[in-house]
Design a protein around this ligand. Structure first.
Ligand SMILES: *Cc1c(COP(=O)(O)O)cnc(C)c1O
Length: 380
């Protein structure tokens, strides 16, 4: 039987056509026509917030950390159950990630633990929408407003997800998306920064282009461009943007194909959950998700590792996910962890992700379902 990968990036169909146009125009560097079209696409879906394409979500998070004016020793509250980039962006400003636990149901930051972690040094809260299911943004933003903190969404996985009908990525001050090849729309590497707070937009465009006002110059607003602020080369090339536009134009289709597989998994595993053998993802009624990933929580690490191995033997690739940041070597060196994080620790060792991508056929999904059911129902 053929190998079933965890991810197989789909093609929108017009990638080569758009690349050819970029080549024909001899437009390769950033901030050209394809970049603008991608940014307009994002802007329309983000309630008209400003959108800046970046080389990655990592880069967008780094821009957000600069825009949050983090100073050495400042603190940023975030979940430990996330990708390293969320914390690295803070550490690169010599600021301190403060790690708190996640909710048992959605695996997102536990908003009830935020207030106790706030100190006079706290500047911001970084929120992650795990699996494309939004964190509890209304209470989080309310806490932030009460304490004068900025809220930054790591919405890497959440393109077109919504929270109470509002788009993920534009629910707070700044939002960061990823277009890495494992995400719902991809350009190999890629990302975007969404700026919902209009007072940050002008500075964002300066940071984006090496700390210069080159964009204002291009728009004819100033007659020469110069070094205005700190910054870096955060913008991607037109080659990346051409591929991304072809993907964004088809991402609704990609998402509905993902959703078909997600729902088939979820239905099939109802019985295993009733038998207390697995826990399935929890989607709050007020959150619409983009079927970014399907995971199962197993009873313990041995069961989880056994399932991964049993699937691997059938050539099905089902990986685990985040190793907690608070207890990783760099987390111990750079971070602060005010208390135990029992849900994070337990989730990390018991979670498995199942193959899920646009274009996956139902026979492939059924092969995974069959593999999981047979492994977990086997008397041990
Ligand atoms: C994928 C991902 C990132 C990193 O995205 P890149 O575009 O690869 O930099 C950051 N945070 C989360 C939660 C992610 O899932």
């Amino acid at each position: 039987m053929s190998s079933l990968p965890f991810n197989r990036p789909p093609l929108g169909g017009r990638e080569f056509e758009y690349l050819r146009q970029a080549f024909d125009r001899r437009e390769f560097s950033g901030n050209g026509d394809f970049t603008n079209r991608c940014q307009d696409w994002l802007k329309r879906r983000m309630g008209l917030a400003d959108a800046l394409l970046t080389q990655s979500c990592t880069a967008a998070l780094e821009m957000a950390a600069i825009l949050a004016c983090l100073e050495p020793g400042d603190e940023v509250i975030m979940p430990s159950f996330t990708f390293v980039s969320t914390a690295n962006a803070v550490v690169l400003r010599n600021a301190v990630p403060v790690f708190i636990d996640i909710r048992r149901d959605t695996l997102n930051i536990d908003e009830t633990l935020i207030e106790a972690a706030i100190t006079p040094r706290t500047k911001a809260i970084f929120v992650v929408h795990y699996a494309g299911i939004c964190a509890e943004m209304d209470p989080i933003v309310a806490i932030a407003r009460r304490h004068g903190l900025m809220v930054i969404e790591d919405a890497a996985q959440a393109l077109l997800s919504t929270y109470r009908g509002r788009p993920a990525g534009a629910l707070a001050d700044l939002g960061c998306f990823s277009f890495h090849e494992t995400k719902n729309a991809m350009s190999g590497e890629g990302g975007a920064l969404i700026v919902t707070d209009p007072s940050l937009a002008e500075r964002a465009f300066v940071i984006w282009e090496k700390g210069t006002n080159r964009r204002a110059f291009k728009l004819g607003q100033v007659d020469k461009y110069t070094w205005m602020d700190c910054g870096s080369s955060f913008l991607p090339s037109e080659i990346t943007a051409a591929v991304l536009l072809a993907q964004l134009e088809e991402v609704e289709r990609f998402n509905s194909e993902r959703q078909a597989v997600w729902s088939r998994y979820d239905e099939a595993f109802t019985d295993l959950e009733s038998a207390d053998l697995v826990r399935r993802p929890h989607v709050p009624a007020h959150c619409q998700h983009n079927s970014h990933l399907y995971y199962l929580l197993l009873r313990d690490q041995a069961t989880r590792d056994g399932l991964i191995e049993a699937l691997r033997v059938q050539d099905i690739w089902a990986p685990f996910h985040y190793i907690p940041l608070h207890s990783a070597p760099a987390g111990l060196r750079y971070g602060r962890t005010p208390g135990d994080l029992p849900v994070t620790d337990r989730t990390s060792v018991s979670l498995v992700r199942l193959p899920l991508f646009a274009g996956m056929c139902m026979e492939e999904a059924d092969r995974v379902i069959d593999g999981v059911q047979r492994t977990l129902r086997r008397p041990s």
